[in-house]
Design a protein around this ligand. Structure first.
Ligand SMILES: Cc1ncc(COP(=O)(O)O)c(C=O)c1O
Length: 349
């Protein structure tokens, strides 16, 4: 396997960014207070408030699963219902962590072809829940992914319509922002315009896929929701005593808009990849709006690429015209040559 082959399996196969490593080295001296009572964590709050232009509360944790599950635990009681897309990471890839940390709330998956929820999809399930009363889990929240698991991005007007419907039904709105930077970069709007200004109550902001070593953040835009989060994070074992290191990674991402520059680069390369695939006769199955490309790939090409050391996943969705769907993910640190190497290998086949 050639060392120069970049993996397209996920964006978390990328290394940590030099800026993040430098930030870790910078805070790695002297003694400071533990458990978040340190200057770097204070600085993180200031930087996040500046980036989002509002008076938010931010809590670092180490994984996206913890961030999502703990955020949902605030929004949904043990007897609550959380509506999400059927392909949502919380529904398919978190080993029941949302159910565990909420103490039993039920995820109710909804289907759509592009990974997005539509406001009208809430009407029937909510009406049903109301009709069933005490026999049904109580509608509590929606969880939406931005960008979605199908690589698409909600536009602000779509978000506003969806969150208005959720709020009308008394539901809180959680956004899984593992790829929020990619979404903002695609929309060309401010982080505020893609989150709290569109009615998002809690955002789990990913950094690990986008250049951090291991750091995600739970961001509350409503102070009353943040009240007992510290206790939940501690109980879940996600309050790091040396929190300065987590905070330093997130600070490095916010500084000089590194996170958005990273998101833009990954998106640009996904677009380059999508165009190259199309030119080579490979069909895309979703609009490429962030850093994920979903393509119908003949098995012969898949085998040839794998034999040359390229890594990517076949997506667990039904085949189309007997061809599997593959997911190709670009990362913040890739360069055009990484994309061109894959395209050249396809051209050879
Ligand atoms: C949409 C989404 N949310 C959250 C996560 C975070 O997962 P982890 O717990 O692996 O950090 C991922 C990672 O693949 C993801 O794709």
């Amino acid at each position: 396997m050639s060392q120069s082959r970049r993996s397209f399996a996920s964006d978390n196969v990328a290394p940590a960014a030099p800026e993040v490593m430098a930030a870790l080295a910078r805070v790695n001296q002297g003694s400071v207070h533990s458990y978040g009572d340190d200057p770097e964590t204070l600085r993180l709050t200031a930087l996040a408030r500046q980036s989002f232009g509002t008076d938010l509360t931010i809590f670092p944790v180490a994984t996206g699963t913890a961030a999502n599950a703990l955020a949902l635990a605030v929004l949904a009681p043990p007897f609550g219902a959380v509506y999400c897309h059927e392909a949502a990471h919380v529904n398919t890839d978190e080993c029941g962590a949302p159910e565990f940390y909420t103490g039993g709330a039920k995820l109710l998956p909804l289907a759509s072809p592009d990974g997005k929820l539509d406001a009208r999809q809430l009407d029937a399930p909510i009406a049903h829940a109301r009709e069933m009363g005490v026999h049904h889990v109580a509608p509590a929240a929606i969880s939406i992914s931005q960008a979605t698991e199908w690589g698409t991005v909600y536009r602000p007007e779509e978000l506003r319509t969806l969150t208005a419907a959720a709020h009308k039904y008394g539901l809180r709105v959680h956004m899984d922002g593992a790829r929020f930077a990619n979404a903002v970069a695609h929309l060309g709007c401010t982080p505020a315009e893609a989150s709290w200004k569109c009615g998002v109550d809690v955002l789990t902001l990913g950094a690990t896929k986008n250049g951090a070593l291991a750091a995600e953040a739970v961001i509350f835009f409503k102070p009353e929701l943040a009240q007992d989060f510290e206790l939940r994070r501690k109980r879940a074992g996600h309050l790091f005593s040396k929190l300065r290191y987590m905070s330093a990674q997130l600070c490095a991402c916010f500084e000089d808009e590194l996170w958005l520059r990273h998101g833009r680069n990954a998106n640009t390369l996904a677009t380059r990849l999508a165009q190259g695939l199309t030119q080579r006769g490979i069909r895309l199955v979703q609009a490429v709006e962030a850093n994920e490309v979903f393509a119908l790939m003949p098995v012969k090409i898949i085998a040839a690429l794998r034999a040359q050391g390229f890594e990517f996943y076949e997506w667990p969705a039904p085949r189309i015209d007997n061809q599997p769907i593959v997911r190709l993910v670009t990362a913040y640190d890739m360069v055009p040559a990484d994309i061109d190497a894959l395209l050249a290998a396809i051209a050879q086949v």
